[in-house]
Design a protein. Structure first.
Length: 575
């Protein structure tokens, strides 16, 4: 599926970006290395909040942060910014660790948590209070929003803004001891309620949450806000370049204010445009709704843009890394075409996936002049892109299965596949000719009877006659019954986030995003296919083995089709 949205990246831009492998962050780091800033070090971090599974947008940040460290011989930390125990779970932490490893990155011994620094963060908050730079506020959340003002109107001071240092220290200590209920008090920075940047209008630094933390238990009942904990965590870890997505650009003055006011080591925050993808939602809030409202079958549903979902669908880490490299890093928001991601998947699977024959909508074919009880085997190429992959034996017998779409009783012009009186080639095997059609009581074709030409063994006629179609097939006697799941895009419009029509994004869920075919047939080489294996079903698409596979019945997910509309569109535009 492709889009001609003017904001979608085009091939020439992507190709130039990929070829040069440089962008504005490289330029910043190169200048820093030249001037000796940070002592010639490059130390980045990937800092997810453990309140959901990672998605393809996070993959871009992972590739960028770990990639920069690799490029410059530096280090990259994995840090969980776990400052909100109400929304965080160990399940999310485990999944994030697994996803980053699967993408091919390693943080060595540098796995950290913001919760590791809770004592230091509290001490720094006390330091801000003593310096007259923070105060305890009794306003409610709604009142704080009201007092903050708007983009065109300045805010106004809280009536509690000028509490004495001693009173603030006492109240903050009592907040820590759990004397007050949730939401009754917060600690706010004392900056400037008239600042044109709303993030500097006395932002909240700490709030009361009587909730058990997954690592610190019930030790704390006050927790730092993300904007407060993030910069100081960077400082503690000696981060040099704190790479964030563009929505944090307006938060950078607060990041700088906290570090400068505390007088601690100061990393440099740099913002880049996040990944946006058409036919997809990447809002964590919306992804959680898809799971909780059961629009999908969990976070690893192959229709989800989560890394675990993409992995289950059969996307490779190499393809995702290539995609992230191809779209590049920029300062301006744009929308990438999902067809570009699928192109990267095809390019990678074309080199690694074994070719096999599978029939997903079977039609029975009986070769009437082939001896009953006889079978033979043909050599089939495992992967024409990899000659070292070798060949395999494919059994052939009197009764076969072909695709229903490969036969028409009354074909239109330019239909070259099997029809009454027409001859076609069976891949690797023989020419066959349709002689008779068998139908059920409702008039549906249930069997095609053919004859074969034994002189065409291997797929070529000795007399030089040609056919216009080659069909894939499976021997009924040797076939392995399988379930095939055909996945399509979860949304049927390019921008499901568009609320201009007053509709919820779930209104655009594609009702045909999944088709389950419970009775398909694949060649016997797939009898013991292992979960996660990649295959190309000839003439159909790329598939992977789903974890639901059992010893009795393999299950295959369609990863992508063979047809590449995106590449075709780019080629036409370039021409």
């Amino acid at each position: 599926m492709t889009s001609q949205d003017p904001h979608v990246n085009n091939t020439s831009d992507a190709t130039e970006e990929s070829a040069s492998r440089t962008h504005f962050i490289h330029e910043i780091i190169a200048e820093d290395l030249k001037t000796g800033k940070f002592g010639g070090r490059v130390h980045t971090r990937f800092p997810p909040e453990p309140n959901g599974y990672l998605h393809i947008g996070h993959a871009k940040s992972i590739c960028l942060n770990f990639g920069l460290a690799q490029t410059y011989g530096g280090k990259c930390n994995l840090r969980f910014d776990d400052t909100n125990p109400v929304k965080e779970e160990q399940e999310y932490i485990d999944s994030i660790i697994n996803d980053v490893k699967w993408l091919g990155f390693d943080w060595a011994d540098r796995l950290f948590y913001a919760s590791d620094y809770f004592d230091q963060l509290y001490a720094w908050a006390v330091q801000l209070i003593k310096a007259g730079k923070a105060y305890v506020d009794d306003l409610t959340a709604d009142q704080i929003r009201e007092y903050r003002g708007t983009l065109t109107e300045p805010g106004k001071d809280s009536p509690y803004r000028n509490r004495s240092v001693e009173e603030n220290l006492d109240l903050f200590e009592r907040m820590k001891k759990g004397e007050f209920p949730d939401g009754s008090r917060v600690l706010r920075a004392k900056i400037d309620m008239t600042s044109p940047n709303l993030n500097l209008r006395d932002p909240v630094l700490y709030r009361i949450l009587h909730a058990e933390h997954h690592r610190t238990g019930d030790k704390w009942c006050i927790y730092p806000m993300y904007d407060y904990a993030h910069g100081q965590s960077d400082s503690i870890e000696g981060i040099t370049h704190s790479i964030c997505t563009l929505e944090f650009e307006d938060h950078r003055p607060l990041y700088d204010w906290c570090l400068d006011t505390l007088g601690v080591y100061h990393p440099q925050q740099i913002e880049f445009a996040r990944l946006n993808l058409n036919y997809t939602v990447l809002s964590k809030r919306k992804l959680i709704r898809l799971v909780q409202e059961k629009h999908v079958n969990g976070w690893d549903d192959p229709r989800m843009p989560s890394i675990s979902g993409l992995r289950r669908r059969g996307y490779t880490p190499e393809a995702i890394r290539n995609f992230c490299d191809m779209i590049g890093v920029a300062k301006n928001n744009s929308i990438a075409d999902i067809g570009m991601l699928e192109y990267c998947v095809r390019q990678d699977l074309n080199k690694r996936a074994q070719r096999v024959m599978g029939v997903i909508k079977p039609l029975k074919v009986v070769i009437t002049n082939y001896p009953e009880g006889q079978s033979e085997a043909f050599d089939a190429v495992n992967n024409p892109e990899d000659l070292t992959a070798g060949t395999r034996k494919v059994p052939f017998s009197r009764v076969l299965y072909i695709e229903q779409d490969d036969f028409m009783e009354n074909p239109p012009n330019k239909f070259y596949r099997l029809s009454p009186g027409r001859e076609v080639r069976l891949r690797y095997a023989y020419f066959i000719k349709c002689e008779e059609v068998v139908k059920d009581a409702a008039g549906n074709v249930i069997e095609v009877r053919c004859t074969y030409d034994p002189t065409t063994r291997g797929g070529d006629a000795q007399d030089g006659r040609k056919v216009k179609a080659t069909l894939h097939w499976v021997s009924a006697e040797h076939a392995v019954e399988a379930e095939v799941r055909l996945y399509n895009q979860l949304f049927d419009r390019a921008n499901p986030n568009d609320e201009s029509e007053g509709k919820d994004f779930t209104a655009y869920i594609n009702p045909n995003s999944l088709e389950v075919l419970p009775r398909c047939f694949v060649e016997p080489s797939l009898k013991d296919a292992k979960s996660g294996g990649y295959y190309q079903f000839e003439r159909i698409g790329y598939f992977c083995v789903d974890p639901d596979t059992t010893a009795e019945k393999p299950v295959f997910n369609r990863t992508v089709t063979l047809k590449d509309e995106w590449a075709k569109l780019q080629k036409n535009q370039a021409g």
